[in-house]
Design a protein around this ligand. Structure first.
Ligand code: ARG
Length: 563
């Protein structure tokens, strides 16, 4: 049982008539100084109904509470302060962690419910952007976190492989492209044609019409258009796959927008049958005024379908296939309106499961304060960022640990880990300015710092040359170890919170805190001394390493034993 639950239960035994468990839990505070105990319960809230001074209530509660599980309980002013019995608590915590192994923090909250996660979803014929990287790593971490609490995540890469841009690309290719160029550098050159198209279309608006016409051909299955599209798609996907391989991220499905090209009619028919479709200047729309949203454009006047039309088909398809508990979409916050429209249209169609569709938005990455834009060529190339991070890791290893075995593999783990962790440590919704220097920084609040703390713990365990004995002393009462033990006990609660808030940063921040307190403990205590607490100290080191590794694993970051 985690610490808070123990205290909530104690308080609830004497306050059940006045406050429920959730209310009690939300009131508990961690005092500024541990001299005031490990948790404090403020009594102000009871003063009015009891017609008593808070100080008096605190004193009374101290008399009524069961003191058994604690070192002591004290009243300080209006607060009841709980001091945990450190030795017992340490023993229980270490025992739980070391016997559960990788399953520490697991739960069955999800009851095996399916959770499709729409993630990564880059656009074909363009480089994968930093935004898509965010979606990829956040989605992957959420999949790991949801799996840990008993759901069945399904990772779907909803490729942007359909839409007017393919018409434009075909026009661009015909006008300025060559097969040889594309073979040499597929995405680079496809992007070049696309940027070129937009520059030219500013001067010659007729090009846009040509682009639209080619997309229409593609939708109608024209052989030349289909052939070019397949070619562009295959080449792009192969490039994306290289990045996924480097990140170590796999998908369960690559059904992108194109997959729904022939599956939209039933949705459009249903909208018609339910009288939801209206004509507006030749186009078909669903009016969403009553939801305070702009109308959802379902079909353009030339009959072409749109992004939301495909998303409607995809959402329905996911529901029919998976009967999901929740359906997540990890997509930048600039698409918030789109997902509101999507949910609103499904709701109007009578699909109550639309309530379980959850847009998990994230903040924008800018460069020098400006929005990144593929069209304007203002992009950060992910492959380059990864190369740079791995190179830096190599240099650091060469300088600090030149004899390290498997140095290249470790450099890969550290460099890639740095990039992933950098993305996940900030609140999902925070926007940030991209700085290569920041991404590949290894000191301070970074992934490599957490990896390094784990490697240090592993090295202590190697030096100890003995196994931790779970039947031997574990009640580590050393005050220097106390913060680390408390954090270790908090891990299961952090996993649940990360899941509830769709927020991997909860785990990243937790790992940083745990690494920091552990390093402080290590700096202030001699661990490898033969005395009757040696087994308990090694147990703490092992438990810390285990929880750091699990935290990193949830984030999709590897943990080398040595670095
Ligand atoms: N390809 C889109 C983009 O890059 C993201 C797709 C997100 N997923 C979805 N189901 N709409 O903007």
């Amino acid at each position: 049982m985690d610490i808070k639950t123990t205290i909530v239960n104690s308080l609830s035994a004497v306050l059940a008539d006045e406050l429920n468990n959730t209310e009690i839990k939300n009131l508990l505070e961690v005092p500024k100084s541990s001299k005031l105990g490990d948790y404090a319960f403020p009594t102000f809230i009871l003063a009015k109904s009891r017609h008593q001074a808070p100080q008096k209530i605190a004193q009374e509660l101290v008399e009524q509470l069961d003191h058994e599980p604690y070192e002591k309980i004290e009243a300080t002013g209006a607060y009841v302060n709980f001091f945990l019995n450190k030795g017992n608590f340490a023993e229980a915590t270490l025992q739980t962690i070391l016997t559960s192994g990788d399953q520490y923090g697991d739960s069955q909250v999800g009851q095996a419910g399916n959770v499709p996660i729409d993630m990564s979803s880059p656009n074909i014929a363009k480089p994968m952007s930093m935004g898509h990287l965010r979606s990829t790593v956040i989605g992957n971490a959420l999949a790991n976190i949801y799996k840990k609490i008993g759901y069945q995540p399904i990772k779907i890469n909803y490729l942007g492989d359909w839409g007017t841009q393919f018409g434009k690309l075909i026009v661009g290719y015909h006008k300025w492209g060559s097969e040889a160029e594309i073979k040499e550098d597929p995405i680079g050159n496809l992007l070049k044609y696309y940027v070129h198209f937009h520059e030219a279309a500013e001067k010659d608006p007729e090009l846009d019409d040509e682009g639209r016409a080619w997309f229409k051909k593609l939708e109608d299955g024209d052989p030349e258009a289909t052939h070019l599209w397949e070619w562009f798609r295959g080449l792009s996907l192969a490039e994306f796959q290289k990045i996924y391989d480097r990140l170590g991220i796999e998908f369960d499905s690559f059904n992108g927008e194109a997959y729904y090209n022939d599956k939209m009619d039933p949705v459009v028919d249903e909208l018609k049958a339910k009288n939801l479709l209206q004509e507006s200047r030749g186009a078909q729309i669903v009016d969403l005024t009553d939801e305070n949203l702009t109308p959802a454009l379902i079909k353009r006047s030339d009959g072409a379908t749109l992004y939301i039309t495909r998303d409607l088909a995809a959402a329905t398809d996911r529901y029919n296939k998976f009967h999901f508990a929740k359906s997540l979409y990890v997509v930048g916050s600039e698409q918030t309106e789109h997902f509101k429209q999507l949910k609103a249209v499904l709701k109007k169609m009578g699909d109550d499961w639309s309530d379980d569709i959850i847009h998990v938005p994230f903040g924008l990455i800018t460069k020098d304060g400006k929005k990144l834009s593929t069209r304007k060529g203002n992009v950060v190339l992910l492959d380059k960022v990864l190369d740079e991070a791995v190179d830096l890791a190599k240099q650091q290893i060469a300088a600090k640990n030149p004899d390290l075995a498997h140095a290249d593999q470790v450099a890969h783990q550290v460099g890639v880990g740095a990039v992933i962790f950098h993305d996940l440590k900030n609140d999902r919704l925070d926007s940030f300015d991209f700085s290569l220097g920041e991404v590949v920084r290894f000191e301070g609040e970074t992934g490599p710092y957490v990896q390094y703390s784990n490697a240090r713990a592993q090295s202590i365990l190697r030096k100890a040359k003995r196994e931790v004995n779970l039947d031997d002393v574990l009640n580590l009462a050393d005050p220097n170890a106390w913060d680390t033990i408390k954090y270790l006990a908090d891990f299961p609660a952090m996993v649940l919170r990360a899941a509830n808030e769709y927020e991997p940063s909860v785990i990243a921040k937790y790992a940083l805190r745990l690494a920091k307190t552990f390093n402080k403990y290590y700096a202030n205590s001699k661990i490898l001394v033969e005395d009757d607490q040696l087994n308990a100290r090694l147990a703490l080191v092992k438990a810390t390493s285990q929880v750091l590794q699990q935290s990193l694993a949830l984030l999709g970051v590897q943990a080398p034993d040595e670095m």
